[in-house]
Design a protein around this ligand. Structure first.
Ligand code: IVH
Length: 684
């Protein structure tokens, strides 16, 4: 492909990707599968890498991130970002209305009502239709330039294309993490034994301040726009500017409404009080704005907030009920979660019987006693939480709850590591929820993809004593599966009924298990369930160490050299391999023929000049990328190792190599070569 062909293809791909993005994120429709879409994006990234000068600021490849920002530049807002006055009652609201009437000298005006989105305020400037700069609110006067991170938000247009917009303008809105994404991330964190994130707002805010925009991209943030600013905009009403934003391709929540009187505002408030809980994001109230822009200007602003707008905050959804008891759940990693068992109570439209209590510290903080009247509150999470105790009604004879000492499932004495809040059951091998949890983790789609097995069948197999760890799955036969009886929880949640596995399902399950043998190494590494090793960490480890043997041999310090691996993960990985149970499991999986090495497409063999010699690559290289160096070594008959030992032949050193590798190489008398030495070796 020459440069002019490159330019044409980039244009075509960008157009296609923008079209499908818009369809998906603005209009909720699709014409392509995820795979087809990813292929377009990959092709674009590939061509842009080849012709660096052709990459544009508004290229849809920016969506996947990749920019690292060490320090965010401070930017002064052209128009200060004010905040809103809050009201909590109709009385406050009618006082606001009176002030507006007095300010305007008449009551001939309209309101424009919107929901108050609970996220992070953003200011985004466009120049000639192209996203130029995205800035946080900061202290209202100056904020941080987080443009690369905001560009990863799919619904945020990078280029407005053709349209009737001014040369330069600013939009403001709220970036947020959709509840669905927040719940997914928390489920993933729980799965690998990480603590849950507190709420979507803090998560969105933390995400937008991350240094690596490719991580931001993976977090699927979204943004609703709610205001338009600029010189010479001739809109009469706020509602007209909202219409313009929609026209130009910005994402605006369709929940707004024009209200002609205060009583219509009250209706809007009533309508959304519970309905808002069905929205894809957290909202904490509504924003009431005087619609006419001239009237807004007449009313002006105080130093802190405009006089033409106000927020009405819904009281947080809480209720008072009786604490009947505390039960304890055991997770896959053995983590214990206490749960409050409550007298059923109506909360935000649903009946609540249980609430989360997080950990032992929380029970101590609340000084909970059985029989207490407790406050329960609903946030972004599906499970509500206990926020406090109504001390007025406390029975003075009651005693503080004592945390359990033994596992409620298997009776083993619980442990709590120093400095950790969570208790664990250390009985990995035979504590039922841990056994089942590990199996469920193993079969999930992102791991070995044997989901057709299903939770009930797994439980049936465990109950029948046929399997105890993932390795046992590979020893299952048609004879053991066919006709297997297992119980399914009744849909009303009361009791179980017995089913048996049919021939067809037995065959399907065996086929899926068999197919899983060819899952890539990174999936296997994730599937074996090392604490804190999620999908991305598994990918990084697999890529860096290339084989399970290498990871197993790696020391704590070697592990720290892999990208994004910190002490907590390194510690957990070394502990995993020290554990006898893990070794038994790994042996079974090895026997079963699972992939314990990374499969790279190394291209064709070019020569055997390296004659089986081993290499460790370390540091940063200028001429050839790391992956290409690895490919060259393999293509020319060499081997790649991950750590320096006496057996190693060459340490291929780039810039900024860690001192420990250098010292070890010297100690073992390993030859150290640089990039040009290496190129000479293969060119000769
Ligand atoms: S208009 C003068 N509209 O609430 C401020 N703000 O306390 C005009 N917010 O910083 C802002 N939803 O982050 C406006 N529909 C909405 C909003 C909204 C949420 C946030 C925004 C702002 C804060 C003001």
């Amino acid at each position: 492909m020459n440069e002019s062909e490159g330019r044409n293809r980039i244009e075509e791909l960008s157009r296609l990707i923008n079209y499908h993005n818009d369809l998906y994120y603005q209009k909720n429709r699709t014409e392509l599968s995820d795979f087809e879409f990813d292929q377009l994006l990959e092709e674009l990234i590939h061509i842009e890498k080849e012709f660096l000068n052709l990459k544009k600021d508004d290229s849809p490849s920016q969506r996947v991130g990749g920019t690292i920002t060490k320090n965010f530049e401070a930017v002064v807002h052209r128009y200060p970002m004010l905040s809103l006055g809050n009201t909590y009652s109709r009385k406050d609201l009618s006082e606001f209305h009176e002030r507006v009437v007095r300010g305007l000298g008449h009551s001939d005006f309209e309101y424009f009502c919107e929901l108050k989105f609970d996220g992070v305020a953003l200011s985004v400037t466009y120049k000639n239709g192209i996203l130029d700069k995205a800035v946080t609110r900061g202290d209202g006067v100056r904020g941080d330039n987080i443009t690369p991170n905001v560009k990863t938000i799919r619904s945020m247009p990078l280029n407005l294309g053709q349209g009737n917009f001014p040369q330069e303008f600013e939009v403001r809105g709220e970036a947020f993490m959709p509840l669905e994404v927040f719940r997914r991330i928390n489920a993933e964190r729980e799965d690998i034994g990480e603590e849950r994130l507190a709420n979507p707002r803090n998560t969105a805010s933390g995400t937008l301040k991350m240094q690596d925009s490719s991580i931001v991209a993976s977090r699927d943030l979204d943004c609703y726009l709610y205001s338009l600013l600029g010189e010479g905009l001739d809109y009469n009403n706020h509602s007209d500017s909202i219409e313009a934003l929609i026209q130009w391709g910005f994402k605006v929540s369709p929940t707004f409404r024009k209200c002609l009187s205060l009583s219509e505002v009250y209706n809007y408030i009533d309508y959304w009080e519970f309905k808002r809980l069905e929205l894809p994001l957290d909202t904490d109230g509504i924003v009431i704005k005087v619609n006419n822009i001239r009237q807004q200007q007449m009313l002006g602003a105080t130093a802190k907030s405009p006089r033409w707008a106000i927020a009405y905050k819904y009281k947080s959804e809480n209720a008072v009920t009786k604490l009947n008891g505390i039960t304890y759940q055991v997770g896959r990693t053995g983590a214990i979660t206490p749960v409050a068992e409550l007298e059923p109570v109506l909360l935000a439209g649903t009946t609540v019987k249980r609430a989360s209590l997080h950990n032992a510290n929380e029970i101590i903080r609340l000084d909970l006693r059985i029989g207490d009247e407790v406050f329960v509150e609903k946030g972004g999470e599906i499970i509500p939480k206990v926020t406090g105790v109504n001390l007025e009604y406390r029975n003075q004879k009651s005693v503080s709850v004592e945390y359990i000492k033994n596992c409620p499932e298997c009776g083993t004495l619980l442990v709590r590591a120093e400095g950790e809040a969570v208790h664990y059951c250390p009985n990995l091998r035979s504590c039922p929820p841990q056994v089942l949890g590990r199996l469920e983790h193993f079969i999930q789609r992102k791991a070995m993809n044997i989901e057709s097995l299903g939770r009930e069948t797994l439980r049936g197999l465990v109950d029948a004593g046929l399997i105890n760890d993932p390795g046992d799955l590979y020893a299952l036969t048609y004879e053991t599966l066919n006709g297997l009886e297992f119980s399914i929880e009744n849909t009303n949640g009361e009791g179980y009924s017995v089913r048996s596995l049919r021939e067809k399902s037995a065959t399907n399950i065996l086929e899926a298990i068999d197919k899983s043998r060819s899952s890539p190494f990174e999936n296997v590494l994730f599937a074996i369930g090392i604490r804190y090793v999620g999908q991305t960490v598994a990918e990084n480890l697999a890529d860096h160490f290339e084989s399970l043997d290498n990871i197993q041999r790696a020391t704590f310090d070697d592990l720290l050299e892999a990208p994004e691996i910190g002490e907590k993960i390194a510690q957990s990985v070394t502990a995993f391999f020290r554990n006898e149970e893990s070794i038994i499991l790994l042996n079974k999986l090895k026997q079963a023929g699972l992939n314990f090495d990374i499969q790279r497409s190394t291209g064709t063999v070019k020569s055997h000049v390296l004659g089986g010699k081993s290499f460790v690559i370390s540091g940063v290289f200028n001429r050839v990328g790391r992956d290409d160096l690895k490919a060259l070594i393999k293509q020319n008959g060499g081997k790649i190792l991950s750590s320096v030992s006496a057996k190693l032949d060459f340490l291929l050193a780039g810039d900024n190599m860690g001192p420990s590798k250098f010292e070890k190489a010297n100690k073992f008398g390993v030859t150290i070569i640089n990039e040009s030495d290496f190129m000479e070796m293969i060119e000769n």
